[in-house]
Design a binder for this molecule. Structure first.
Ligand SMILES: *Cc1c(COP(=O)(O)O)cnc(C)c1O
Length: 385
């Protein structure tokens, strides 16, 4: 099997697993039990992990990091937590049309509760319409939530510009950075809240973090009630092995980011050249420049994405077409960038990551070319093109 679905999840790096293992059966004390050494030891490991998480987003204040079960929970906590705590200030929440479902659906749920939610459109290159965003920032606006990197098309949003716009208008700014961490430099200068996920950066599944800027003195309504761990914002016993895993995953990703970026960029350029040289009418979805190299979303005119995937069952990729998403609608992200509906159904997302090799990149490109040519040659629609 060749794995090229690194946006869906990543394998846990063996170096990460190794650090986690002692915290299952040996150092298993409750990190919130300060009455004995076993608890203290777990707490120390968690504080080290908190520092590693803080480091990768360029902050030194570990109090700004709250562990959660993943980016889904971090996004829910940020958006619901701010909306509910600051509802006296106003009722407008701004987000974009291409957010991950855990942001989009959270905002939709708030809209059903009476919040005035604005979904900012993106241009055809998948970058947020800053003009629209700017005009949407009213004095009734509490929060804006815009993702740093999109998980389907890999486009990078101008987070600093958006953050500055929000600050000018006194609007709290949250970004879902699950797809950005460890891939591009990320910092919190112009961000009030930021979500992170462990399993997108070669850490374990079931852990993530929310950065909450100390200087902004933000308060959040918690999602659930309990022992008031994580400064009262996220009750529940912290999963020591998972926290340790997220920490070391951040440290490794930070250390290797620059080299990894260059490596993946080479893969991307090679892959796209090979595809474009050998197949007509293939389109790269999303901006040509403002994107991460490890996420390639292509539309193959005249064939269904599902069909291509069926033709290469030794390769894990994902498609934006109807069947895979279990609805009749093609991907809402591809709809938001206004590509033709048939091209949305003919899309494939190919993800490169830490364990991808040049041989695999070459093989997958050849296989796609072969399958697309075969499908096109059998297609009555394609005939005559
Ligand atoms: C994967 C992902 C999430 C969800 O993260 P979990 O840790 O699986 O909850 C949120 N946002 C983006 C952009 C993602 O890619």
């Amino acid at each position: 099997m060749i794995y090229m679905d690194y946006q869906a999840t990543t394998p846990c790096d063996p170096r990460v697993l190794k650090e986690m293992l002692p915290y299952f059966c040996e150092i298993y004390g409750n990190p919130h039990s300060s009455t004995h050494a076993m608890g203290e030891e777990a707490a120390t490991a968690i504080e080290k992990a908190r520092k590693q998480v803080a480091n990768i987003i360029g902050t030194v204040d570990t109090k700004e990091i709250i562990f959660t079960s993943g980016a889904t929970e971090a996004n829910n906590l940020a958006i619901q937590g701010i909306a509910k705590f600051y509802k006296e200030r106003g009722n407008r929440i701004i987000t974009s049309e291409i957010e991950h479902p855990c942001v989009k659906e959270t905002c939709r749920a708030l809209a059903r509760e009476g919040f005035d939610v604005v979904f900012v459109p993106v241009s055809d290159n998948g970058i947020i319409d800053l003009d629209f965003l700017s005009k949407s920032l009213t004095d009734k606006t509490i929060l804006a939530s815009i993702m740093t990197v999109n998980n389907e098309i890999g486009t990078i949003q101008p987070i600093d510009e958006i953050g500055k716009l929000c600050r000018e208008h006194g609007v709290i700014f949250h970004t879902d950075a699950a797809q950005a961490i460890g891939k591009i430099p990320v910092n919190t200068e112009n961000v009030d809240l930021m979500s992170i996920s462990g399993h997108k950066i070669y850490g374990p599944k079931g852990i993530g973090a929310l950065y909450i800027k100390g200087k902004s003195r933000l308060r959040l309504a918690p999602l659930f009630h309990g022992g008031k761990q994580e400064r009262g914002m996220r009750s529940g016993t912290l999963p020591t092995p998972l926290c340790v895993g997220l920490g070391i995953a951040c440290e490794i990703a930070q250390k290797e980011m620059k080299e990894e970026f260059e490596r993946l960029l080479k893969f991307k350029n090679y892959f796209l050249k090979k595809i474009f040289d050998n197949l007509p009418k293939v389109y790269l979805n999303g901006d040509k420049e403002k994107r991460i190299p490890g996420c390639i979303n292509l539309s193959f005119d005249g064939v269904e994405g599902e069909g291509i995937m069926l033709g290469m069952n030794d390769i894990c990729v994902s498609s934006g077409s109807a069947c895979s998403s279990q609805t009749l609608e093609p991907s809402y992200v591809l709809q938001a960038i206004s590509i033709r509906e048939d091209l949305a159904h003919s899309s494939l997302r190919i993800g490169f990551g830490r364990f991808t090799t040049m041989e695999e990149v070459d093989y997958v490109a050849s296989k796609i070319i072969e399958v697309v040519n075969r499908l096109r040659s059998m297609s009555p629609i394609w005939e005559g093109q």
